[in-house]
Each structure stands twice: as C-alpha cells, then as structure tokens.
Design a protein around this ligand. Structure first.
Ligand code: MG
Length: 307
C-alpha cells in the first residue's frame, strides 16, 4: 500500500535534499525544485519548502530530513568559531569567493569573487540571492542580470584545455582553484578603493593547504592573505558568497551552452552516467582528442567513456 508523508523543511535542508537526490531526479514539475524516485518512494520537493514523500516506504526517506536543527536563514546562521568571523558578519561589507564547474565533467572551471557593501545586503537578500546550487539555470541567469552591474566582481573562466594542462603538470583540482581564487582576488581588490574587512572564501580546502598550494606554484604572484577567512557553507554566512556563486554559475552555463552550440552537440552537466553516454557518442562522432578538449580529463568518467 502506498502512503504519503508531507513535511516542511528549511531552505538549507531543501538544498541538501536537492544535492542528495540529484542522481535520482525524474522530472521538475511546475512549482517544484525537483521530483526524485528512490526504491522507497517518490519525493516531490516544492519551492514552498513542502516536501511530499509518496510510495511504499515514505518514512525511510522522510526520516532522513526531519528533526534536523533549524538553521535556515542567511542572517541567522551562526558562523563557526573557528572561522574567526564575528557573529554579525552577514551585515558587513565583504568579498565572497566561490567556484563552480568542479563537479561537471564537461565545461570549464569558473571562479568568482564578488564585493557587496553593507548597504546592498538587504536588497540582495530580498532579491533572492542564495546559493546557486538551490537555483535553476533560468533563475541563476535572471539573478545574475540583476546584480552584475551593481556588484564589483571578477569571474575567471579556465577552459578545459588549460585545466587539463595544469593537471598534466601535476596540479590537483584544489591547487588549481587556489591559484584562480588568488588571481580573482588580486584583480578585484585592485579595482576597489577600500579593502573590505572580510574576504570570505567558501572553503574547498583548509587554510593551511590553500596557502601551501599558492606558495608552491612555479610562477609566483602576490598572495592575498590579509582579512581572508575560510568558512564552510559560505553562501549561508554571507550573501557576497552566494552572489559569487550565482555569477560564476551564470558564466559556466553560458560557456557550456556555447560549447554545445559550436559542436552542435548537447553537453550535459554533472558527472553522471548520462555524461558517460554523451561522452561515448561524442567520441564516436568527433574522436578522443575532441573529448579531451572539452572535458575534465582526470575525472573517472574518462575511463568509463573510453573502454
Ligand atoms: Mg563552493
């Protein structure tokens, strides 16, 4: 017998759910973030934050998401003590740094750092600026248009050929991200008259490693170190990080669309088996060399595509 459980979750839980079920999404009906199906039930997550579990064993899935601590709004989120940021940092002028494309086999790595003044924070939040992972592409592009002229920012796009060259030279993905973030920060801070008190990096690697990567680079450039804080879930700590993630994702989506257009071949996002399938078709049509030019070659997908 099928039964139904409905729960209401926080934005944060909703975002986690979207990530958690990302490989099991079956469709995205109107007013929903996604609909996914597991062996236990069908999960429909509405934009209103209501989530409906329907099927043979809905409680198994629903229990994963209930009784989680309430910790949703951007303003209320506590920053971790370890980060060294003050509790009211969400209301202060800051630069936020984030990157996208790291989990996408096809397409570039894109980093962005964005500066928001304390006076802009309220309106950015009411505009709906939040982590790009919680938004659809159409929403991301709309929001990016709204903010790109009012927020000083730097987007750096690393095309696949360059990315693969750096990996071939022995850099790992985190070293590449550290390099790009530092470059973006150098450009953005040079463009600003006043250096903000808080530069907030959505943590992809711990602080020590980040600076190790930068000091070990073959070509040395100035390293931005002052006022730089590393925080987990940076997008919920400061809207500048969320804005950076949106601007980066918009660039990624546009760039990937251009790549698809050039090849006249639809390049899927992510790194799932759908990507493997597309990769095999692509190799048949254009050859392995072409695949290397548009993919993150070191991903496990490559082995699955070229067997
Ligand atoms: Mg991030």
């Amino acid at each position: 017998m099928a039964s139904t459980i409905t729960i209401t979750v926080t934005q944060q839980v909703l975002e986690k759910m979207q990530q958690y079920y990302s490989n099991q999404v079956i469709k995205v009906p109107n007013h929903t973030l996604f609909q996914a199906k597991t062996s236990n039930c069908t999960i429909t997550a509405y934009l209103s934050k209501k989530v409906v579990f329907q099927g043979a064993n809905p409680e198994i899935e629903a229990n994963k998401w209930q009784a989680k601590p309430h910790n949703s709004s951007l303003r209320k989120t506590q920053t971790s003590k370890a980060s060294g940021l003050p509790a009211n940092v969400a209301n202060q002028s800051a630069i936020g740094c984030d990157e996208v494309g790291t989990g996408d086999y096809f397409g570039p790595l894109v980093v962005c750092c964005a500066y928001t003044t304390e006076h802009q924070i309220e309106s950015l939040l009411s505009l709906g600026i939040k982590d790009s992972k919680a938004l659809k592409d159409s929403e991301i592009c709309y929001l990016a248009e709204q903010i790109k002229d009012i927020i000083p920012h730097q987007v750096l796009i690393l095309p696949n050929v360059k990315y693969n060259e750096m990996v071939d030279r022995g850099m790992n993905a985190n070293a590449i991200k550290a390099f790009l973030h530092n470059q973006a920060l150098l450009k953005l801070t040079a463009q600003l008259n006043v250096l903000p008190k808080y530069l907030i990096m959505d943590e992809f690697v711990n602080e020590k490693k980040y600076f190790d990567y930068l000091t070990n680079l073959p070509k040395q450039s100035k390293i931005i170190k002052d006022n730089l804080y590393f925080v987990q879930k940076g997008e919920s700590v400061h809207v500048a990080v969320a804005a950076a993630s949106i601007l980066a994702r918009e660039s990624f989506v546009k760039y990937l669309n251009q790549m698809s257009h050039k090849l006249n071949f639809d390049l899927p996002k992510g790194a799932s088996s759908i990507v493997d399938q597309a990769g095999r078709q692509l190799v048949k049509r254009f050859g392995e060399e072409q695949l290397k030019e548009i993919s993150k070659w070191h991903f496990a997908n490559t082995k699955k595509i070229i067997t």
